[in-house]
Write a protein that binds this ligand. Structure first.
Ligand SMILES: Nc1ncnc2c1ncn2[C@@H]1O[C@H](COP(=O)(O)OP(=O)(O)OP(=O)(O)O)[C@@H](O)[C@H]1O
Ligand SMILES: [Mg+2]
Length: 280
């Protein structure tokens, strides 16, 4: 746990390199998850520089990058072919519009972007996405359930997955197929996650599945820095880490290596006005 610029990413990177160097662990047994492609690239470069070409076999990916890789190898267990299509946001919106047309729902009252946001929220936030649509009085959201159901069916028929499904289908794969879960659980003896404060419930679940064999996980994060609340990040993940992973040790990095004191004082004054976190 540490504030901005205190060396969290650097610590994670150095730890990965050190595990290879000092413990003589095969890099393929290490999984590092970052939040952006840029961060994954940087981490790869730094680790390659530290341990040399052997680092190639280490998995350093974003959540989505990791899921694509797992699904391309094992997604056939769920009925997808290896060359399944990935829908980007514009593909998804096009499909939503087609679904609205098929369901005779007017885009004026059911804006495609809103429908997609509902669907994404349901998938990232809810154990059973259908509950998100049912537990409301809001007519538009309730009707969005039909769009959701058709949207999912159409994707499956097209051997395609949108960004959210990359995550959800990987979870489904690991939950339904014990052999696949054990394969990755045994392969990734060291799991590391950067920017842990930004994980949403679906990502959290995925991490737990990947760690279910060894329970060997190291995460870094900043409880004052969660920026993805709007896409379902759940700050509870970091605050309750010690309960979720009993025996975990928490280390605080107190020194800031990026900014001078006057900048930090200004930033801390701003943070001190944050509303207390409420979990209702
Ligand atoms: N122990 C250290 N000694 C010297 N410089 C360091 C040390 N740790 C980190 N740095 C430098 O401080 C800067 C910030 O480090 P890093 O990016 O790892 O921080 P961070 O906590 O991940 O930041 P953010 O919250 O923005 O993700 C980098 O330029 C890094 O090289
Ligand atoms: Mg960082």
């Amino acid at each position: 746990m540490a504030g901005a610029g205190s060396g969290k990413t650097k610590t994670l990177t150095a730890r990965a390199a050190n595990i290879v160097d000092s413990l003589d662990v095969w890099p393929g047994n290490i999984l590092c998850i970052t939040f952006t492609n840029k961060a994954a690239r940087e981490m790869k470069e730094r680790i390659h520089a530290a341990v040399g070409p052997g680092a190639e076999s280490m998995w350093i990916h974003t959540f989505h990058g990791m899921c694509v890789r797992i699904l391309r190898s094992h997604g056939d267990a769920l009925g997808y072919t290896r060359d399944f299509t990935i829908y980007d946001t514009s593909d998804s919106l096009r499909l939503i519009k087609r679904c609205l047309g098929a369901l005779d729902m007017d885009e004026k009252y059911f804006p495609p972007k809103t429908m997609l946001d509902f669907i994404s929220r349901a998938k990232n936030h809810y154990e059973k996405p259908a509950e998100f649509f049912r537990e409301t009085e809001d007519y538009v959201r309730r009707r969005a359930y039909d769009v959701y159901a058709l949207y999912e069916e159409e994707q499956r028929d097209a051997n395609a997955m949108d960004f959210d499904n990359l995550l959800l289908k990987t979870i489904e794969l690991l939950e339904k197929h014990e052999d696949v879960r054990l394969y990755y659980g045994n392969k990734f003896r060291y799991v590391m996650v950067d920017e842990y404060q930004d994980t949403n419930p679906a990502q959290y679940k995925l991490i737990r599945l990947l760690c279910s064999v060894h329970g060997n996980i190291c995460v870094v994060g900043d409880d004052d820095q969660s920026i993805y609340g709007w896409r379902g990040a759940d700050i509870r993940n970091i605050l309750e880490f010690e309960q979720d992973f009993p025996g975990a040790a928490t280390i605080r990095l107190e020194q800031n290596y990026r900014s001078y004191g006057n900048i930090l004082n200004a930033a801390n004054t701003v943070i001190s006005h944050n509303l207390p976190v409420s979990y209702t």
